[in-house]
Design a binder for this molecule. Structure first.
Ligand code: PA5
Length: 448
């Protein structure tokens, strides 16, 4: 179960200058109706991400079992939408000490930063490693470069059976990785062609690695299906969680100048959830000089770092807190305390954490900072599945509100083209000229 408390976003709590009126929420009724209709009509097209929870997981689970039984290490090679979702599932449902007590041990090669790549390669035994190379396009340069490094090692150390150490997750029909897999008889999973990377975590992209590390992917999908079912039936903003999230943020942005959306869980296991959401929100909605800047914070750590700014700096933020009612573990604060700490007697760390959140929220109300709180009864695959669909659909619906296409990322391309030009890829000669023309280091301070 999850709940969304948006009392502190409303004008009757924090005033009309910063808070929203109920009439404003309801005023978007017609555009939501249009969005609702268009989403239903295009479920097999751009909104296919809502259908992927219906996937049959038999093959995924069977192959995950094979990997569990035959390998000591499992390394995901992928970046952006091809890695963030899996890292989010791993961190929220397995946690950091998984590798100490379980196998296959799980690592991610996303960046091409050599220190990171070298460190991961030092931690694994290549002969006992399965690599899951994930790329929708099959051509993302970071993923392909890391894959080539790994492939070379596999060929050298494992010999002719190197292909048995690789699973490729990519577009069903096209791209370099699909061709490569065909040519070398490599096990593959599909990324549905009408689902872009950041909406793909509930396909084999996230489900296969999640299943390898022992996450109950059927429970995850049940939660996703429940949220989808609710959101596809209910059109009213006050009853549809995804529409509510979209509308609160859109109105706070466009009518109250809240151009920054902060997500601040009081659960460290959800730190990667924020990274996943940050990509979804930024890459989908940051277009036509619109969109909110998503910012990551962590309770209570950022109480000692960011709260001063959030309360007394520019009033340009809307905050989402996330909390879990029943954490897996709690720790009792010892009884024999110095007198001045007597108020902590009999309390637990979780009670203190709750107090910290309540204290922060009360302080925000006083400073008129709009904030909402999402509460999970527990950190289960089911609840994470619900959150995933809720935020994916909220992002898609925000596309209607801002009138932008949430499924493309045209501004990402040009940097890639300049990189190809700089590194010497054929066909990019003109781009190289343009690069030379605009890229100058004119003002530079050198210090010895
Ligand atoms: O959301 C997206 O489409 C992107 O962020 C991609 O996930 C990212 O660029 C990686 O692309 P690919 O999966 O094609 O390697």
């Amino acid at each position: 179960m999850i709940s969304i408390d948006y009392t502190n976003v409303m004008a009757d709590t924090i005033g009309e200058r910063d808070g929203l009126l109920r009439e404003e929420l309801l005023s978007l009724k017609y555009i939501l109706r249009e969005a609702h209709y268009r989403i239903q009509k295009n479920l097999d097209k751009q909104y296919y991400f809502l259908k992927i929870p219906e996937i049959d997981t038999t093959e995924i689970k069977e192959y995950a079992n094979y990997v569990k039984e035959n390998f000591e290490y499992f390394v995901l090679v992928g970046i952006g939408g091809s890695s963030l979702g899996t890292e989010m599932l791993f961190q929220s449902l397995k946690w950091i000490n998984y590798n100490q007590f379980h196998h296959p041990k799980f690592y991610v090669l996303d960046n091409v930063e050599p220190e990171k790549v070298a460190s991961v390669l030092e931690l694994i035994d290549i002969n006992k490693t399965c690599f899951n190379v994930i790329s929708k396009s099959g051509s993302t340069i970071e993923t392909i470069a890391n894959f080539m490094v790994v492939l070379d090692l596999l060929k050298e150390k494992v010999g002719e059976k190197w292909n048995k150490h690789i699973v490729i997750t990519t577009d069903p029909d096209k791209g370099f990785l699909r061709e490569f897999a065909k040519k070398h008889s490599i096990k593959t999973f599909d990324v549905p062609s009408n689902v872009s990377g950041r909406f793909s975590v509930l396909s084999a992209v996230g489900l296969f690695p999640a299943s390898v590390v022992g996450i109950d992917i059927d429970d995850l999908l049940d939660g996703a299906k429940r949220m989808k079912q609710l959101c596809l039936v209910e059109e009213h903003v006050e009853h549809n969680p995804a529409y509510l999230i979209a509308v609160l943020h859109f109105l706070a942005n466009m009518r109250r100048k809240k151009s920054i959306a902060v997500m601040m869980p009081y659960v460290e296991r959800l730190s990667r959830f924020v990274d996943w959401w940050r990509q979804l929100w930024a890459e989908s909605l940051g277009k036509d000089e619109l969109g909110q800047t998503p910012v990551k914070a962590m309770g209570t750590i950022d109480q000692h770092s960011q709260i001063q700014l959030y309360r007394e700096g520019i009033k340009d933020k809307i905050i989402t807190f996330i909390t879990v009612d029943n954490p897996y573990r709690d720790i009792k604060i010892p009884e024999n305390l110095p007198e001045e700490l007597g108020f902590l007697k009999g309390k637990t760390l979780n009670q203190l954490l709750k107090g910290e959140l309540i204290g922060t929220k009360a302080a925000f109300i006083k400073s008129k900072i709009p904030n909402l709180t999402i509460t999970l009864d527990k950190l289960s695959p089911y609840n994470i599945g619900m959150l995933i669909i809720m935020y994916e659909l909220a992002t898609a619906v925000s596309g209607f509100l801002y009138k932008v296409n949430p499924f493309d990322q045209p501004a990402v391309e040009e940097g890639k083209e300049f990189m190809y030009a700089w590194i010497g890829k054929k066909g990019y000669e003109e781009k190289l000229e343009e690069l030379k023309d605009i890229y100058k280091e004119r003002y530079k301070l050198k210090i010895k």
